[in-house]
Design a protein around this ligand. Structure first.
Ligand code: HEC
Length: 158
């Protein structure tokens, strides 16, 4: 026969266990992973297409606009546009680094972003000498990446 004392002892063990179980259950639901945030994802997998349709048209636009110092605000606009797009393009390259030669690739992508940004910042201040210098540095890195990863083809003249 169960005595009153035995019942109390039994409850002293069982009740805390129930409390712990409830807490574990609660914390499990509270830390349920949130739905994942979207991550950068390639629109076109082919590096050739990224270069041909994203980088190349901006390069031609920039080369033409940079041929001489713009006379007015309208002349600066394509320079600001192309340096911003190409600078951001450095991020797209970083995002697509291949396993083989990864460190070199990341370095070139970072240089495109860096010189693109400095050219863009200079263009916003209508500082042609600095914009031109940074644009030329950026194109040097287009070329050095092509030497490393595209058999030395596509050597561009700023
Ligand atoms: C991180 C490396 C890298 C950088 C930096 C880079 N490219 Fe390229 N580029 C490539 C590779 C790789 C190819 C060859 C793609 C293929 O054909 O598979 C290429 C090819 C090209 C082509 C030839 C595409 C065609 O239609 O034949 C052009 C034009 C080009 N790049 C422009 C640029 C310009 C302009 C820049 C700088 C603003 C630049 N690239 C920077 C890696 C790079």
């Amino acid at each position: 026969m169960t005595t009153f004392k035995q019942t109390l002892r039994c409850m002293a063990i069982v009740l805390p266990l129930i409390a712990v179980a409830v807490m574990i259950q609660y914390s499990a639901t509270a830390t349920e992973p949130a739905p994942e945030d979207p991550k950068p994802e390639a629109v076109a997998d082919s590096m050739h297409h990224l270069m041909e349709y994203y980088f190349e048209p901006q390069f031609h636009k920039l080369k033409e606009a940079m041929a001489k110092e713009p006379a007015d605000g309208a002349g600066w606009k394509p320079i600001k546009s192309a340096t911003l797009i190409l600078g951001e393009g450095g991020n797209l390259l970083i995002h697509r680094a291949p396993e083989e030669g990864k460190a070199d690739w990341l370095h070139e992508g970072e240089e495109i972003r860096k010189h693109g940004k400095m050219a863009y910042d200079a263009a916003r201040k209508k500082d042609f000498a600095t914009a031109r210098k940074q644009y030329e540095s950026m194109v040097r890195h287009c070329n050095s990446c092509h030497r490393k990863f595209a058999d030395g083809k596509y050597q561009l003249t700023p």
